[in-house]
Design a protein around this ligand. Structure first.
Ligand SMILES: NC(=O)c1ccc[n+]([C@@H]2O[C@H](COP(=O)([O-])OP(=O)(O)OC[C@H]3O[C@@H](n4cnc5c(N)ncnc54)[C@H](OP(=O)(O)O)[C@@H]3O)[C@@H](O)[C@H]2O)c1
Length: 214
C-alpha cells in the first residue's frame, strides 16, 4: 500500500520519521512545495520522498497532519477519495499567537499550552472531519501522543500503545498492520463516534497519556 502524508510540520515530519526508521516508503507534502522539503527528506533517507499535495493525496493511505484551521483549504479540490484510507491525525485546536489576547484569556484552560479548543457546536472532531474527505474510509490515529515520542515506539522496555478508531473494518485492519510494522502496540477503540472523542485532544480521557504494553 502506498502512503502519503499531507502536512510536514511537527506531526507530519514525525510520522515520516517513524516510517523512515522502519524502511516504509511515503510521499510527504506541505503548502510550499516539494523543494522546501529537500532538507527533511535528505535527513530521513531514501524511503521518504517529497511531493505535491496532490501526489500525497493520491496514495492508498493518506495521513492528514494539518492544523484544524487549514483543513478546508488544504483538502479542497483534491481528486475523489473513493474508499481510500485517510488517517486523521488532527485535533480540533487552534494554535495561538503568544501575543494574542486569546493566549492570555483566563477563561481558556489551555492558554498555558498555547492552544484553544475549537467550538464544533457539540460535535466531535471526527464527525466534522468527514466532510473534508468525502468518500474516504477514515481512521483516527497518530493524534493523541506528543510528537516528540512518536518516532520512538519502544518505551520503558515495552511497546508504546497507539490508539486508533474507525468505522470501516478493512481500513482499520490496514492501519493496524502499518502500526504493527512500525513497532507500536495498536489498540482499537472502536468506531469513530466512540474512539474519536476518547483519544482526541484537548479533552479526551485517553489523550496525551503514554500507555505501554508490558
Ligand atoms: N504538535 C503536536 O504535538 C501534535 C500531536 C498530535 C497531533 N497534532 C495535530 O496535528 C496537526 C498538525 O499539527 P502540527 O503541530 O504538525 O502543525 P504544524 O507544525 O504547523 O504543521 C502543519 C503543516 O501543515 C502544512 N500546511 C498548512 N497549510 C497547508 C496547505 N494548504 N496545503 C498543504 N500543507 C499545508 C504546513 O506546511 P507549510 O509549513 O509549508 O505551511 C505544515 O507542514 C494538528 O491538527 C494538531 O492538532 C499535533
Amino acid at each position: 500500500m502506498s502512503i502519503g502524508i499531507i502536512g510536514a510540520g511537527a506531526l507530519g515530519s514525525n510520522v515520516a520519521l517513524l516510517l523512515a526508521k522502519n524502511g516504509i516508503s511515503a510521499t510527504i507534502a506541505n503548502s510550499r512545495g516539494p523543494e522546501s522539503l529537500a532538507g527533511l527528506v535528505e535527513e530521513l533517507g531514501p524511503s521518504i520522498k517529497a511531493g505535491t499535495v496532490e501526489a500525497a493525496a493520491s496514495a492508498d493511505i493518506v495521513v492528514v497532519a494539518l492544523r484544524w484551521t487549514d483543513l478546508e483549504k488544504a483538502l479542497a479540490g483534491l481528486p475523489t477519495w473513493n474508499g481510500r484510507i485517510v488517517i486523521d491525525g488532527t485535533n480540533a485546536v487552534e494554535f495561538l499567537d503568544p501575543d494574542s489576547p486569546d493566549a492570555k484569556d483566563p477563561n481558556n484552560p489551555l492558554a498555558a499550552y498555547g492552544i484553544k479548543a475549537i467550538d464544533l457546536g457539540g460535535k466531535h472532531s471526527s464527525e466534522v472531519f468527514r466532510k473534508f474527505v468525502p468518500g474516504a474510509h477514515i481512521v483516527k490515529a497518530f493524534n493523541h501522543l506528543d510528537v516528540n515520542v512518536l518516532g520512538d515506539p519502544a518505551a520503558s522496555g515495552a511497546q508504546r500503545v497507539l490508539f486508533y478508531s474507525g468505522d470501516d473494518a478493512g481500513a482499520k485492519a490496514e492501519v493496524r498492520k502499518l502500526l504493527e510494522q512500525t513497532g507500536y502496540f495498536p489498540v482499537d477503540l472502536g468506531v469513530l463516534d466512540v474512539g474519536g472523542p476518547l483519544a482526541s485532544l484537548p479533552f479526551g480521557a485517553l489523550a496525551a497519556i503514554n500507555f505501554v504494553r508490558i
